[in-house]
Design a protein around this ligand. Structure first.
Ligand code: PNS
Length: 193
């Protein structure tokens, strides 16, 4: 068993500055840190596993003792398969604690030799989550400072067609309810035909 090998499991959809902050902190205290992306975590993730893998690899390229991997099934099974001894998780606020405690205790029940270590990201990221980043970006809001620049760019690329669609829709909604007089006549004509 590799004493200094920790696993940081998660969905990372997308990776945020909070994740990166935690990875950098983890890399300082563990000999080796494996950031492990769970495959099939959600039915319809925003980013494919391959995209998340690529982003995380680029974002951690400067950290020599960090590598990125993907896994399926139980975190503890994956951790054992790579001879890890620790699971690293971030806790931002009290609201994270209950879920994280449950998960840590379940993982301990499944594999008593594996310890969970909690670390706190910088307080400026204490409200940042992938879910909120997705929500803000999907609604066209700014995510600058919440995610690394390459993630911001990927979000923009991904959401560009949605923005265009939104513009078309806002024009549609500008029409009076029930459409214009011309639309009404056209609908009547089609109904008769
Ligand atoms: O980033 P997330 O979505 O909070 O990460 C959650 C994750 C991937 C750590 C968790 O869902 C997980 O460990 N899933 C693998 C399945 C598993 O081992 N379940 C039992 C742990 S309670």
């Amino acid at each position: 068993m590799h004493k200094g090998l920790a696993i940081y499991p998660g969905s990372f959809d997308p990776p945020t500055n909070g994740h990166l902050d935690l990875i950098e902190r983890g890399a300082k205290i563990f000999e080796e840190l494996v950031v492990a992306i769970l495959r099939n975590s959600e039915k319809s993730p925003m980013f494919s596993v391959a995209e998340r893998l690529e982003m995380l690899r680029e974002l951690t390229a400067h950290l020599r003792n960090v590598r990125i991997d993907t896994f399926d099934g139980l975190t503890v099974e994956y951790a054992k398969s790579i001879e890890g001894t620790c699971i690293l998780r971030g806790i931002r606020a009290i609201s994270d604690y209950e879920y994280e405690l449950q998960m840590a205790l379940m993982n301990r029940k499944l594999e008593p030799t594996l310890e969970t270590v909690f670390m706190m990201p910088a307080d400026k990221y204490s409200y940042v989550s992938s879910r909120l980043v997705r929500e803000v970006a999907q609604a066209g809001g700014p995510v600058k400072g919440l995610v690394p620049e390459i993630v911001e760019e990927k979000l923009r690329e991904k959401l560009d067609p949605a923005y265009k669609l939104r513009d078309v829709r806002s024009v549609e909604f500008a029409e009076p309810i029930g459409g214009s007089e011309l639309d009404r006549r056209e609908r009547k004509r089609k109904k008769k035909a």
